[in-house]
Design a protein around this ligand. Sequence first.
Ligand code: IVH
Length: 721
Amino acid sequence: MSTETIAVDALTIEDAAAELARLAKEIARNDELYHGEDRPAISDADYDALKRRNDAIEARFPELIREDSPSRRVGSAPSVTFAPVVHARPMLSLDNTFSQEDVQDFVASVYRFLGRLPDQSIAFTAEPKIDGLSMSIRYENGRMVSAATRGDGTTGENVTANIRTIKEIPQTLPAGAPSIVEVRGEVYMAKSDFLALNKQMEAEGKQTYVNPRNTASGSLRQLDPKITASRKLKFFAYAWGDMSDMPSDTQFGMVEVFKSWGFPVNPLMKRLNSVADILAHYDEIGLKRPDLDYDIDGVVYKVDSLELQARLGFRSRSPRWATAHKFPAEQAFTTVENIDIQVGRTGALTPVARLTPITVGGVVVTNATLHNADYIEGIGNSGERIREAGHDIRVGDTVIVQRAGDVIPQVLDVVLEKRPTEATRYEFPQKCPVCGSHAVREKNEKTGKLDSVTRCTGGFICRAQATEHLKHFVSRNAFDIEGLGSKQVDFFFESDDPALQIRTAPDIFTLEKRQANSLTKLENIEGFGKVSVGKLYAAINERRNIALHRFIYALGIRHVGETTAKLLARSYGTYADFEVAMKAAAPLSDDAWNDLNVIEGIGEIMARAIVEFYKEPRNVEVISRLLAELNDGTPLPAEQVVASNSPVAGKTVVFTGSLEKFTRDEAKARAESLGAKVAGSVSKKTDIVVAGPGAGSKLDKARELGVQTMDEDEWLALISG
Ligand code: IVH
């Protein structure tokens, strides 16, 4: 008998497992038909019944909840969602270098940071940078227990079932391996397998894939591991996360250990001792590149000694001990069919070239950014010429397009010989193409030069600015409201119905209530069904709890990206404190202004932009309506991400004078890794001033303010005690 007809109460555990598997598949299939293909096969009521049955079985047998359970999926996006995994150690990215000089600078910076002389040679490893997806695979007591994608570096997705289908990756480690091992590396698809797959797709009359990397990514994000298995993914091990014990003390040695455990490692990795040798190896790998059966986009250099790696430590997102030397970007010729203007969230008018479609390095390119009016003319950000005179970009021109990695394609140059006689200079608009307000280039107060960006002065009345602002607000790293995509935002914004309209962020949170009292029901509007409306409300309500840094980022303050938002959240702790301080900082002079400026990573331009934002009464008014919609009327206070057992966690430290045991950079990095904030100047908020010989005014100020002072040895004793 099929499990489908058995009442939930009567299911045996085996039946329940089979039934959950069936429901997961059935619901996923209907999700795909509904959202992905817009052709639902069952009624909303029947769909809801499937979901309820799934929930009821899970409530009875929580131990059977599947990784691909429909209850784990939120929102109405067609995307497949995997359970989140918080990485035991963050998965960082790499800094990029593009030239021999950059590489020399990188090596020099390593020597400088460590205070080493050029004759105290430091060894580096050099290996290909694989163009795939990074993966962290965890083994406990020799057995694979989980595998996770990189995600945002802190939290990835659990794709264990799919990784288990990759034959090259061992399921178990040999006896003697540490009890906890996290092997990290790159999952990729071989070029030959990619071509064969596309041939097969073509033969079956199906859409072909764009490139091996996207195909590998798509193959991993399958709920059915059988599909992943059929895609022949491969792996190179090159790094590690959590380890209960270190089997080697060098980068090279660790990779050799991985090899001995059965992991594939890249055969082109070498250990080298000088910049000249490193660059020679880069050239060699570059020459081999076309013949390799996998895509690579550069060469990664890493300090070989793990002890030195530890001393060098990390910047916010990347290690100081490694860099990626990228290969030059790929280029192609095509023509400019048109130039359109896009109006962004901050009113910036960005010209975009519409191109005759062309493949650049295996990817079809149809648009390229033209940045701003000067760029079209051939003038760079500092007023320098970036193309020869006469090489301004015109509609009809044949141009060289460049694409590097995931960066937006660029138009590099114009082929003048091919310029049609009728082609005329592009006239940059002086009015916003969306709202008709004047578009102006502001003058930089400091330099007296014109800003490169032309901005719409329409502010809130500009439809483009308002909708882009909302789109930013709901975007993934801000409020992350699933089901409110670009199309939906436009729809709600344009609506004249008070029960549907969303013009500002707080309106999102009042939608459900307004709908309840209204006759025009969202669920009857094309594109929304009952199920998706329910999901939308659920997604919105879930965000009434929101992390402080997401909230600050979502405000869309100019120059305040995610990293800055995190810094601000961490420094001010609560939203109330942040807002009070920003308003107090308005005269750009007193303590509040000073405190904002001494936060490492906040420059004056950002600081001004934040203060300006809070000077606008309308911003403050919208925020207060928004706060009223949140649980407890506030975002969640920032988590204190500090090493809890460190005596300097959360303290603000200033280093001054010359240090003898560390370079200044190393001292600062070490303090930050212990959870301290390192500031450049002394204020009332400073907790400790570490003064070396020759300390002057900062030490005086510390004494004047009664701030604790110490010398380098006392500091060392404090942090190692
Ligand atoms: S090392 C802490 N080595 O590049 C640094 N990364 O841009 C850990 N990648 O997220 C990374 N090949 O996905 C390293 N040989 C290699 C690599 C490599 C490719 C990827 C990796 C990383 C990204 C950073």
